[in-house]
Design a protein around this ligand. Structure first.
Ligand SMILES: Cc1cc2nc3c(=O)[nH]c(=O)nc-3n(C[C@H](O)[C@H](O)[C@H](O)COP(=O)(O)OP(=O)(O)OC[C@H]3O[C@@H](n4cnc5c(N)ncnc54)[C@H](O)[C@@H]3O)c2cc1C
Length: 469
């Protein structure tokens, strides 16, 4: 390809996408290279943060998109510390641990200690509503031979069925894990959604044994596994923007072409053309695929194969007196059905008790589609779902709807192989970097870690070019 770099001149970097991936990359580039680098962020929409959407309506704090960070993956919490946001982080209310799964017009409580698919407290599991056959089958999990190997992958459903049996899959793990990823457990890759279960199987031979061991190692006073922000996830975006000079970012700047011209990258947007040395694609895989089609057809084909699910979140406020929410519960998942179905709901007033008035109750529902529906139809659908389960009566005082079109990547078995091909193609195009879901990031901590590793790669590349010159 023969791409050259203007080593001695100021390095020019374009970042396409102003979500958490793109803004973290911009922040880290500025921190790493200072005035030696000219950074330009292109964001197609009028606002920054991508799917991170926090709204304050009076005293009600609403998260449209993500609401927590997984602490076990430390990159995002480390970034918060660096940005001086540590005192803004807040754990989930530790009292609200009860989880439910919808069945017909009811919600079944998952037994204490149950984690995704695995009983953690056997007496509680034996007292639960699972059939005796399911209990007997789960108990035998320890005897099921391990299936392991560095490249081993299988669907979430196949793993749960193999280790714990059909009923645990249908009544618990399927709705829970499908709801978390807004996807179909018969299709989702375990390696790309919950790789820890493959690791546990390979290390301990049994999920129940492994989880028991890991619980023993974890201090009993360990902090919450998830952290939100006192003023919502928007704090993370504002914290990054405080460190990025305003002139670096263009909103309403949709990138429409990415070309290679005379050894440099030429970025075309509705605001004109810019020439840069490095370009970071921090937009969804299908956008990256379209933009790179003329440069590398096979790369676009691999990127195109990643499917995304659409969803809607509906946050509704009810008079507390009109709710029948089980105490100390944080929400429920529901098996997927056809059409516009309620797949999960978070009891926000239990997760974060200070986010609305005490005489009101905030519930956030997840619907499995966004589609052409009006906001009022989506709000009614969420309310009807909650009402059918006996959780609310009367009408909500307020409903706030966020539609996410093609927003949740559906990493299926086979994605790992494709990722190898994607990385191979990208390596043939010096100066091109991919971040976010295109390269398998699941959630904000992964996006932050990947964006920062891309800046390290650029630093290394610049360093080796300086040495060679
Ligand atoms: C409803 C929901 C709930 C979630 N909950 C959690 C959670 O609790 N915790 C968690 O860790 N993760 C959660 N996630 C996942 C997490 O939010 C994402 O992994 C992460 O925010 C993705 O960030 P990103 O910057 O890679 O992509 P995005 O946020 O999608 O940003 C991509 C940006 O690229 C822009 N763009 C697209 N095309 C162009 C173009 N041609 N030119 C310029 N710009 C373009 C888009 O406008 C967008 O702003 C959730 C996701 C959703 C949808």
């Amino acid at each position: 390809m023969g791409l050259g770099f203007q080593v001695m001149k100021k390095m020019r970097l374009a970042i396409i996408g102003g979500g958490i991936s793109g803004l973290t990359a911009a922040y880290d580039a500025i921190r790493t290279f200072g005035t030696d680098c000219q950074v330009s962020v292109f964001e197609a929409s009028g606002s920054l943060g991508g799917v991170i959407k926090t709204v304050q309506k009076g005293t009600h704090l609403i998260e449209g998109g993500p609401d927590t960070l997984l602490v076990r993956k430390p990159a995002a919490v480390t970034l918060c510390r660096e940005l001086g946001l540590e005192d803004q982080l807040v754990g989930l209310d530790p009292r609200s641990q009860r989880l439910f799964v919808a069945r017909a017009n009811n919600i079944d409580e998952m037994p204490a200690g149950f984690f995704m698919m695995s009983p953690g407290n056997w007496p509680a599991f034996y007292r639960s509503q699972f059939s005796w056959a399911a209990k007997w089958r789960a108990q035998r999990e320890r005897l099921i031979p391990r299936r392991s190997g560095a490249s081993h992958d299988e669907t979430v459903a196949s793993f749960v069925r193999r280790r714990f049996g059909e009923e645990i899959l249908r009544r618990a793990a399927g709705p829970i894990m499908g709801g978390l990823y807004l996807g179909d457990p018969e299709y989702l890759s375990l390696r790309h959604t919950m790789p820890q279960f493959l690791d546990i199987e390979s290390r301990y031979g049994s999920v129940t044994t492994g989880l028991t061991e890991l619980r023993r190692e974890r201090p009993s006073n360990a902090a919450s596994a998830f952290q939100g922000f006192k003023s919502g996830m928007r704090s993370l975006i504002d914290g990054l923007l405080a460190k990025i000079p305003a002139h670096v970012i263009s909103t309403q700047a949709k990138v429409t072409s990415v070309l290679i011209e005379q050894g440099a990258w030429r970025i075309g947007s509705n605001q004109g053309f810019t020439t840069v040395d490095h370009v970071i694609m921090a937009c969804p895989s299908y956008v990256t695929a379209d933009l790179l089609r003329h440069i590398d057809g096979p790369l676009s084909t691999y990127l195109d194969q990643l499917e995304y699910a659409s969803c809607t979140t509906v946050t509704q406020l009810y008079p507390r007196a009109n709710t029948r929410i089980p105490e100390r519960s944080f929400g429920f998942f529901a098996p997927r059905q056809d059409g516009l179905s309620l797949v999960a709901a978070n009891f926000m007033s239990h997760k974060f008790p200070d986010r609305c008035q005490r005489d009101l109750f905030s519930i956030r529902s997840f619907l499995s589609h966004s589609g052409p529906h009006k906001d009022s139809e989506l709000a009614r659908s969420a309310h009807d779902g909650l009402s059918r389960l006996g959780l609310v009566s009367g009408k909500p005082i307020d409903s706030v709807v966020f539609k996410f079109d093609r927003a949740m990547p559906q990493f299926e078995v086979g994605f790992s192989g494709r990722l190898v091909q994607i990385n191979r193609e990208v390596a043939r195009l010096p100066g091109l970097y991919l971040t976010g879901s295109s390269v398998g990031c699941v959630g904000i901590p992964d996006c932050v870690a990947r964006a920062r590793s891309v800046i390290s790669q650029i630093r290394e590349r610049q360093g080796s070019l300086h040495e060679a010159s």
